[in-house]
Design a protein around this ligand. Structure first.
Ligand code: WT7
Length: 647
């Protein structure tokens, strides 16, 4: 987070009482009582919730197996199918006609899909996958736009026990290839195209490109015709989604699966090397996606229309566009396009038209909407909104206040949710009608979550700054990194191995009320518009260009994106006029448009210590345009500073 935000958060003293409500968590006492239940009987409380909220194929007898930490297992002798929990049980109890998904296309088309219809399509898709040879335990990669077929494909995988891995449609063919290969997927599901800003984005073209080299594990490509554009077709390999589903039965028994069966792999960036495939289990993940809908959003499936603006290519889309709302039998809105297209009123127009009651987005979107002006939200009826959530990055108090006043009309509680791809669901967040809120703080751990701020030795900081850890396992915790046990241990568990704490990678501060304020990543991971990007990944993309000798990437303050990407580059060749553009395009091709550096500064040398380490703190100060505070006495070549500063 940039310095101005940190300062405004440190000075923040406002407290907002939760609005009155007759909901089950309507005072901080309810939060306390529920949290205490976990302190008194950790496993018993989790076990009871898992029994009450989920439908089991075979009930479990053991809640938590901690014989081999950090490889924790939850409800491990139970059996459960996630798609049955998201679909069959609602239809069985008479909710078949309820709308499961409201889909809003960018071009204006709308679809309402009932639970009955969704179940039938999921069964057909599951039978299609089977007919393509997909078996329990196989991996299926999805590279899709935000359309109902994406949710159907995820649920179809879950139904037959195929582990899905959704790759965000904005990632390049190269990134897609890396993920397909790492996961060893046998089928890729994609679309001919998806709409973004009025233009059809040719997804299948990227898949064809990815499969043109490597990806030997892939046997079939299942293609949803959606964008209406011409696509190349490889007979025998490519299968038309609609044609294939039409030929299948709408009945497909839900596979009997163990609680710990790997539900999905989702790739995320780390501070070193290639993106890591975060593995989530079935039962534990589902339980927390289900419960947090109620804890953090006060979700009422019979009356709420829930809209999470995240793409399903990210964990937020998995847990809160698809699995959380559907497991509760509620209505989830999916929007295909860009939130500011054709203008900055699009989000508010959708809220009005579909009577959205709970809205969940990222601070970066809020900041962009603030910039567009209040006339946009003021032109729409937002009176149905009752809870407003944010996720992905620290929210600056000004953005929080605007969300609270202009969008929430001071009526809607603001729920700032801290969590990660690895945690599966919210960890630190207010309960909207129970927890008093403070602008910029994610407030308190949810019931069942044991979070602390600790010093470098792992000692708990009662008040003040430190590192954020989770001191107890939780059901929706990641089960590992796909194919890399040691990286899993090193990344999350090594730092506080003597205590057995999970290290989140974030810095945080605890105030006098025990409220937690997230201060941002403490590793070499950038948070750009709420998306995680590894500096090393961008550096390797840059040095893979023939003109580049060396690159160092750091974050820089950005008013809208929270953090921007600043690259310092040394060249093998002489600088040409278009080189900045060429390198930005190269990074885009290697990783995806989200990783394009905002600034590229050429230098003949990078600042290094005598032992050869790049002085990143110095580069961060320079990128922020700040006075240099780092100790530069060990810098070999001091004259490089003026060049780095662009002078
Ligand atoms: C990182 C996780 C899981 C949601 C989407 C991002 C940052 C997330 C907040 C918040 C401050 C936040 C952290 C975290 N982050 N939510 N409410 N306040 N920071 O998931 O890509 O796995 O990134 O996002 O730095 O470690 P992700």
């Amino acid at each position: 987070m940039n310095q101005d935000n940190i300062e405004s958060i440190l000075e923040e003293t406002r407290i907002f009482s939760p609005p009155q409500s007759d909901t089950s968590f309507s005072s901080l006492d309810h939060w306390q009582i529920t949290s205490d239940a976990f302190t008194t009987d950790f496993e018993g409380t989790w076990g009871k919730l898992a029994q009450q909220h989920l439908t089991w194929q075979k009930t479990f007898t053991q809640v938590l197996d901690e014989t081999n930490p950090p490889f924790y297992r939850w409800f491990s002798d139970g059996q459960i199918n996630l798609s049955e929990n998201c679909l069959d049980r609602h239809v069985k109890y008479g909710l078949g006609d309820r709308t499961a998904i409201i889909w809003q296309g960018e071009a204006g088309d709308v679809r309402h899909i009932s639970y009955t219809e969704l179940l039938a399509n999921v069964c057909k898709a599951a039978n299609t996958l089977k007919s393509l040879g997909v078996k329990t335990g196989d991996r299926v990669v999805l590279y899709m736009p935000m359309i109902p077929e994406t949710a159907m494909a995820m649920l179809a995988c879950a139904r037959i026990g195929a582990t899905h891995s959704v790759v965000f449609g904005g990632f390049s063919a190269q990134s897609l290839r890396d993920r397909i290969e790492d996961a060893g997927a046998s089928v890729v599901i994609t679309a001919d195209g998806g709409y973004r800003r009025g233009v059809v984005h040719a997804l299948k073209l990227s898949v064809d490109d990815a499969l043109s080299q490597g990806c030997k594990s892939v046997n079939h490509l299942l293609v949803v015709k959606h964008g209406g554009n011409d696509v190349a077709w490889q007979e025998g390999r490519d299968v038309d989604w609609h044609e294939a589903l039409a030929a299948q039965s709408d009945i497909c028994p839900a596979e009997i699966l163990d609680s710990e069966h790997p539900l999905f792999i989702l790739y995320t960036s780390g501070s070193t090397g290639k993106p890591k495939g975060i593995v989530h289990s079935t039962a534990g993940y589902l339980l927390w996606a289900h419960l947090t809908m109620q804890y953090s959003f006060d979700f009422k499936p019979e009356s709420d229309v829930f809209w999470c603006t995240a793409d399903v290519g990210w964990i937020t889309g998995h847990s809160y566009s698809v699995y959380g709302p559907l497991s509760n039998g509620g209505t989830s809105l999916m929007y295909e396009g860009v939130p500011t297209y054709p203008d900055a009123g699009r989000i508010w127009k959708i809220c009005q038209e579909h009577q959205v009651t709970v809205f969940y987005t990222a601070p970066t979107a809020i900041r962009a909407l603030i910039k567009a002006g209040d006339d946009y939200p003021n032109a729409y009826d937002l009176s149905k909104l009752r809870v407003l959530g944010t996720v992905g990055e620290p929210i600056n108090p000004e953005a929080w206040m605007w969300y609270h006043k202009t969008i929430g009309q001071e009526r809607c509680p603001i729920v700032d949710t801290w969590w990660q791809t690895e945690t599966g669901g919210h960890m630190i967040a207010p309960m909207p009608f129970a927890t008093p809120t403070k602008p910029g703080s994610a407030t308190l751990p949810l019931p069942g979550v044991f979070a602390e701020v600790v010093d470098a030795d792992g000692e708990v900081v009662k008040e003040g700054g430190g590192l954020l850890v989770l001191t107890k396992p939780w059901p929706s915790m990641l089960r590992g990194i796909w194919g890399d046990k040691s990286r899993f241990i090193e990344t999350y568990w090594q730092k506080f191995a003597n205590k057995g704490y999970y290290f989140a990678g974030d810095g945080a501060r605890k105030d006098e009320d025990g409220y937690i304020w997230i201060m941002g990543r403490v590793d070499d991971v950038l948070n750009v518009s709420g998306h995680r990007l590894g500096t090393m990944e961008i550096e390797s993309a840059l040095v893979s260009h023939p003109a580049v000798a060396e690159a160092a990437v750091v974050g820089c303050p950005d008013d809208i994106k929270g953090e921007g990407i600043f690259a310092f580059v040394t060249l093998k060749t002489t600088e040409t006029n278009d080189l900045v553009q060429v390198l930005r395009a190269h990074v885009s091709q290697e990783i995806g448009a989200i990783a394009k550096p905002d600034v590229i500064r050429f230098t003949h040398d990078l600042p290094k210590t005598r032992s050869g380490k790049i002085m990143r703190r110095l580069l961060r100060d320079i990128a922020a345009g700040k006075a240099i505070t780092s100790d530069i006495s060990t810098l070999e070549n001091q004259s490089v500073i003026a060049i780095l500063q662009g002078q």
